[in-house]
Design a binder for this molecule. Sequence first.
Ligand code: IPD
Length: 278
Amino acid sequence: MSDPWQECMDYCVEVTKQAGKMIQDALRKDISIMQKSSPVDLVTETDQKVEELIISSIKKKYPSHSFIGEESVAAGASSILTDNPTWIIDPIDGTTNFVHRFPFVSVSIGFALNKQIEFGIVYSCMEDKMYTARKGKGAFCNGIPIKVSEQQDITKTLVLTEMGFKKDPEHFRIMMANMQSILSIPVHGIRTPGSAAVNLCLVACGAADAYYHMGIHCWDMAGGSVIVTEAGGVVTDITGGPFDLMSRRLIAASRHGIAECIAKKIQQFHCGRDDTDD
Ligand code: IPD
């Protein structure tokens, strides 16, 4: 019997390869940079062209499906997640890295059915790594199965985070205090690679043990979250409670104990939701 969602996933991998090729070509040319919400929130023509390519290719084949794309939302489209099959797209996750040619730049696509992610694809373009996962079927990098790390001792972990765009003094103070509090556990180190989707894949393949972040968006998390869980890891809210894709915050970890330790050390700040104006 044919499996329609597997067909969607296979098609998504093909479209993602084309998107990745567009980004790789653009990296060899001059990049013209524009600003979004602040001087450190960047967008390029390539972000917009890649999103157009992905959405138009998928719409042609699946005209009744819905889309939430970073650049479409920036241009005023809705980011309400419904029960309809929905493609959640970040055409370039790590735009600042792309602009600087810092090597973590990804295309991230998550496909949701009844608001639950069914599969995720993250292509790390400069590393040429295609991460894929479908619910219940495992996680892969370039077709090879991947697994989270087996580390149980928080003091031997490598933790990822990002510093985001909210630079108002109170958010900045909390972000720095959180890093200090995690480093003082102590852990082996903190890294901020600059692409949320790649960070999730680094946890999924065991190169890092955990990742926490407040202030990201559903398109940064959708593809990578299922890659982490299918690789044997956990994705939770920043409090350690259930993960909510529209909540703009998460902890991803190799195991519950590690996520709980991090949740206990984190002070929260208000980052709003993707599905309200709040
Ligand atoms: C950004 C990256 C970055 C994170 C930002 C995201 P973008 O995505 O994931 O790591 O710190 O919060 O917005 O804007 O490059 O797609």
